[in-house]
Design a binder for this molecule. Structure first.
Ligand code: FAD
Length: 426
């Protein structure tokens, strides 16, 4: 993978303190492994329960998906509409799961405001656009059910759609008003700073290398010290899972990200209201959003050739962009190309587990994790601190293995996603 500094968010993030590595043996009520949104939201919440939490991060806070993503927070579960949630989990548990999602959209802005996190948050909403009547019907029906649950989701007709996305390609769609855009690494680092202010200890460059039950808890080993804690939360997402049993529980899918040079009008010629847009008919492979300085930042079908330039990786995407916005210039400059990994369980739905007494894990946001991981981390801490499983609104789900997970991930990353790119970016 390219150096961490290739990542636009790392290049544009606000300066932060360097957290010390774990330099000695320590004790804590809870050890959290991984400083992304899940681990840091959990740490903040543990502190509010009066628990002593230590966060161990292999690199630095935000090094994983939390500092590499597109920066759109979208309040829905991937592949999970309220109807599906009720059908799968029943009226009570399915309803609580939906309500959790609605609350998750609001939680992001609440955390940002409460802790004064400087992360260029813009609550623009996020538009899902359809260019076929079938897709539009599905979007409208899903919007209608979300609305019944109180979620601020609007249907957009063809006229309003042109106002959001300046092209005649889309026939309508929906707008998730409780979503928006932010600088994802700054948001993550802001959670870390808030956690430290609440008394949490964070140790960077302190990878957990072993985890063994000891006494009435667990001993976590790093190269420079150990932590003895009554409870452990694994918040390592798709990044190297330390607990062997987890390896086969999800696919590691690599997503490529590109960022352009700033557009002169901040991209308002294409997205007049500044709301990010995902083309649902392209399986979400075509999306357009601009950062607060007007750079187009989006994911593209991965290009894993060594030494590939941002221009080459962006070329198929830009071809499609010009089909959709025919007056776009032939060329724009591309500043950055980087990759991140998403964690996809067998049913693409978040998993929250007690793997062994006192050892917990939360993972599997399947590419939608800004709001979701912030909320799941918060409620995991409620569950772990109180012992009351009902404080976590993710229903219990069987943790199934994905057969040949490593091999299947490789095939998807190397073959299936590039092939999909050829189909989508025509
Ligand atoms: C390219 C990309 C684009 C995305 N776009 C969006 C988007 O627009 N909107 C959205 O909602 N979601 C998006 N997502 C998903 C979202 O970023 C993730 O779901 C979310 O960040 C997961 O947070 P997390 O804390 O669970 O994991 P991560 O942020 O991945 O954190 C895991 C951390 O664990 C650390 N770690 C791993 N092993 C160890 C160890 N042994 N010891 C110590 N530390 C360890 C890693 O270094 C890492 O920092 C995207 C993801 C990617 C990759």
């Amino acid at each position: 993978m390219e150096p961490w500094d290739a990542n636009l968010w790392q290049r544009t993030a606000r300066p932060v303190p360097v957290y010390p590595l774990l330099g000695a043996d320590a004790t804590a009520d809870v050890a959290i492994i991984g400083a992304g949104y899940t681990g840091l939201a959990a740490a903040l919440r543990f502190a509010s329960h009066g628990r002593d939490a230590v966060v161990l991060e292999a690199h630095e806070p935000g090094f994983g998906a939390s500092g590499r993503n597109t920066g759109w927070w979208v309040p829905f579960w991937t592949l999970m509409t309220p109807e599906k949630a009720l059908a799968r989990f029943g009226e009570a548990a399915g309803g609580r799961f939906c309500q959790m999602m609605i609350d998750a959209g609001r939680l992001v802005s609440l955390l940002v405001e409460t802790h004064g996190i400087a992360c260029d948050m813009r609550q623009t909403g996020v538009v899902c656009a359809a260019n076929t009547p079938e897709t539009l019907k599905k979007l409208q029906s899903s919007a209608a059910t979300w609305r019944q649950w109180g979620a601020p989701v609007d249907e957009i007709d063809v006229v309003a759609m042109r106002d959001y996305v300046a092209t005649d390609r889309y026939i309508g769609g929906v707008m998730y008003r409780d979503g928006g855009q932010l600088q994802p690494l700054d948001y993550c680092r802001g959670l870390a700073a808030a956690a430290v202010r609440s008394g949490v200890r964070i140790h960077s460059r302190s990878p957990a290398t072993a985890l063994v039950p000891e006494g009435n808890g667990w001993r976590v080993t790093t190269p420079t010290g150990t932590v003895q804690a009554r409870q452990v939360l694994l918040a390592t997402n798709a990044y190297p899972p330390i607990f062997g049993k987890m390896q086969s529980k999800f696919l590691h899918i690599k997503i490529a990200m590109i960022a352009s040079e700033p557009f002169p009008d901040q991209g308002r010629r294409y997205l007049p209201h500044g709301a990010a847009m995902a083309d649902v008919d392209s399986h979400d492979a075509f999306g357009v959003g601009f950062d607060c300085e007007g750079r187009l930042v989006t994911s593209v079908m991965p290009a894993f050739r060594d030494g590939i330039t941002p221009e080459a990786a962006a070329r198929p995407f830009w071809r499609m962009f010009r089909n959709i916005f025919p007056d776009a210039p032939e060329r724009v400059g591309w500043q950055s190309l980087w990759h991140g990994e998403i964690c996809v369980p067998s049913d693409a739905l978040v998993k929250t587990e007690e793997l062994a007494p006192g050892l917990f894990a939360a993972f599997g946001y399947s590419g939608n994790g800004i709001a979701q991981a912030s909320m799941v981390g918060t409620e995991m801490a409620d569950w772990m601190a109180t012992g009351d499983r009902a404080r976590l609104r993710v229903p219990p789900m069987a943790l199934k293995s994905v057969p040949l997970a490593g091999m299947v991930s490789l095939l998807i990353n190397r073959l299936a996603l590039p092939a999909l790119g050829h189909v989508v970016y025509r």
